[in-house]
Write a protein that binds this ligand. Structure first.
Ligand SMILES: [Zn+2]
Length: 444
């Protein structure tokens, strides 16, 4: 079970997988169709709210509402996400032409909940919301999720929208944010928004200090430090009624603006927000693509889900910065955890006969699509691991395929013994390349 990972490392990573160079059918279609942004989209953001429910075997989607929001902060060139990362993706299809004009990939908290024992007993739902550039003409939104066995993407939900529908809610949220780092223009940069939770009015400066620390941590690591001129970091300030973060397992409940809590899925260190629509409401105060929540607690914990949000404790001293960056590796592009949980031999996330979609894990089902090209021909595959490697200077470690990763001891392989996604060290060469490619895509 995936949540077991928190017991050992206490920070989460939900990733969504794939082959790095894979060019999807949608990308090929988009290339051939030559989608011009201004032909199909305006300058603002549209948001589709729904409830994602089900149990361990079934899932369903209930439409909630559509909103218009502020300026579109994403690329106007990269409209069809070519990576196959994620447990889910969604498409915007132009009604008149039938063309796929936008596609993005993601994972959700519901995807993780489906793997918990609770999901075998009850059905439940989570509020979710997707954002995309506002279409000028009528469209259909299609939501896909992976088949539990084959891992192939299947259409789960389809909703046709008339852009003249008077029920589409107008934007009511003013842009109100604080610049933490100005890298480049919105269109060609990765736009990150930092959100506070559990900070009262008197604690605004404490939150802003945490934002600076978050920025310093991110820019301490390659390849982010080489890309400071195409990353923007903005902070939104909303005070919580009470100070601190809820800990349900200790009967501690705190009234905060986002409702972050420890003990997600019964794991004390797994700190998350269940209501993603609340998160998007706050994030909409700034132009954004990627969300990270800083919580007012010194208790160790956090989480990160691909194209959903990352979350970390703002008050913990010690390795807080590394945990921020680790979680951001999950939330930005779904990097997988490269660590092992001793005794863990089976995972619903990583069946041995399927290639994980994460860029930094492989089962050798499709190693060519991963980092096989980065391995020297003298390096044996699999690559033997010795405990002494953990004490070696990181640059002396050879990129290979070391058994263990994704919480499993056997049958899955990681690029090196040391990485941010394992021991909170520098990103390994494979993760660095994958992040660089992802930034190239986002900032195009
Ligand atoms: Zn790595």
């Amino acid at each position: 079970m995936k949540t077991a990972k928190f017991i050992i490392f206490s920070f989460l990573a939900m990733s969504c997988v794939h082959g790095i160079n894979a060019q999807t059918q949608e990308q090929k279609q988009a290339d051939s169709a030559k989608i011009i942004y201004s032909d199909y989209f305006g300058e603002n953001t549209m948001r589709y709210d729904f409830h994602h429910g089900g149990n361990s075997t079934d899932e369903y989607y209930l439409f909630d509402r559509i909103k218009r929001e502020g300026a579109w902060a994403g690329s106007k060139t990269s409209l069809i996400n070519p990576f196959e990362y994620g447990e889910q993706h969604f498409r915007i299809v132009d009604t008149e032409s039938g063309k796929v004009i936008y596609k993005n990939n993601y994972c959700t908290l519901f995807n993780e909940w489906q793997t918990t024992p609770e999901a075998a007993r009850v059905s439940r739902s989570y509020p979710e919301a997707l954002i995309f550039p506002e279409p000028k003409k009528d469209f259909t939104i299609q939501i896909f999720a992976r088949n539990k066995v084959s891992k192939a993407m299947e259409l789960k939900h389809s909703h046709s929208v008339s852009v003249s529908d008077y029920n589409i809610l107008p934007s009511r949220i003013a842009n109100e944010y604080i610049d933490i780092h100005n890298g480049g223009d919105i269109e060609h940069s990765l736009d990150i928004v930092l959100l506070p939770d559990g900070f009262t009015n008197e604690e605004k400066e404490k939150f802003l200090a945490s934002c600076q620390m978050w920025k310093d941590a991110l820019f301490a690591y390659s390849p982010f430090k080489e890309n400071t001129r195409r990353i923007n970091i903005r902070a939104v300030w909303v005070a919580s009624p009470e100070s601190g973060i809820s800990e349900p397992g200790h009967n501690k409940w705190v009234n905060t603006c986002l409702g972050s809590r420890f003990f997600t899925f019964g794991s004390e260190r797994y700190q998350m927000v269940e209501d993603f629509q609340r998160v998007r409401d706050m994030a909409a105060m700034a132009p954004y693509e990627s969300i990270f929540i800083l919580t007012n607690t010194d208790k160790y914990g956090g989480g990160g889900i691909y194209n959903f949000y990352g979350l970390g404790s703002a008050g913990k001293t010690g390795r807080t910065g590394e945990v921020y960056v680790h979680e951001f590796g999950h939330s930005l592009m779904g990097l997988g955890d490269e660590y092992v949980e001793v005794g863990n031999t089976v995972s619903a996330f990583y069946p041995a006969d399927k290639e994980p979609w994460e860029a930094n894990l492989t089962t050798f089902v499709n190693f060519e699509g991963k980092w096989e090209d980065m391995i020297d021909e003298t390096t044996p595959i699999p690559t033997p691991f010795e405990q002494s490697m953990l004490a070696m200077p990181q640059h002396e470690l050879v990129t290979g395929a070391y058994e263990g990763g994704g919480y499993l001891e056997k049958g899955i392989y990681r690029p090196t013994p040391l990485c941010m996604m394992n021991q909170l060290r520098d990103f390994c060469p494979v993760c660095r390349r994958a992040i660089s490619r992802y930034l190239d895509y986002i900032c195009k």
